[in-house]
Write a protein that binds this ligand. Sequence first.
Ligand SMILES: Nc1nc2c(ncn2[C@@H]2O[C@H](COP(=O)(O)OP(=O)(O)OP(=O)(O)O)[C@@H](O)[C@H]2O)c(=O)[nH]1
Ligand SMILES: [Zn+2]
Length: 187
Amino acid sequence: MDMEKIERAVRDILEAVGEDPDREGLQETPARVARMYGEIFSGLGADPKQHLKIFTEGGKHDELVLVKDIPLYSVCEHHLLPFIGRAHIAYIPKNGRIIGLSKFARIVDCFARRPQVQERLTGQIADFLYENMEPLGVAVFIEAEHLCMTMRGARAAGAKTQTSALRGCMRSDAKTRAEVMALLGGR
Ligand SMILES: Nc1nc2c(ncn2[C@@H]2O[C@H](COP(=O)(O)OP(=O)(O)OP(=O)(O)O)[C@@H](O)[C@H]2O)c(=O)[nH]1
Ligand SMILES: [Zn+2]
């Protein structure tokens, strides 16, 4: 990431909104914002495959695994404001192929730390897991509040957006899908 370019751009924005970028409180702001972008967009340079350590110790477990309430912080690509919420990931392993539970949070983070829209983020996580873990099925649910919709614009405070992406048997088998929905408490 080009930190100096971000710093110059932030300085320009401060000037453009009528601020004095040289006043005491703002002197370090461009460099801080550059470091912040380095962090919140770190997913752009990251390969989620690094988190795909597959175990085959799942044995005969061909039943549902559900990881609920994974914290999610992303940035909407339209306004560069945060959207914040939770991701829930359910999958049914094939041939005992499982991954460590923490890896789901790492994979979510990897795709979330980029300029995103919620629908694409949801689909990217589902596609990645479906293609690389080769499970019988995977379902990804995200519920999030978009600050671009609450602190500005429509100012629809409290509005939450829910998205889902279903692959494999999660899409084709209504009974499995119903089981997941029940575990998620109708979310
Ligand atoms: N579908 C979708 N829309 C999003 C997401 N994040 C932000 N948006 C929307 O992106 C849209 C951009 O609309 P525009 O009309 O181009 O921009 P705008 O004039 O700032 O729109 P308002 O937010 O309505 O003031 C807005 O409706 C946002 O609510 C997302 O993850 N998914
Ligand atoms: Zn937005």
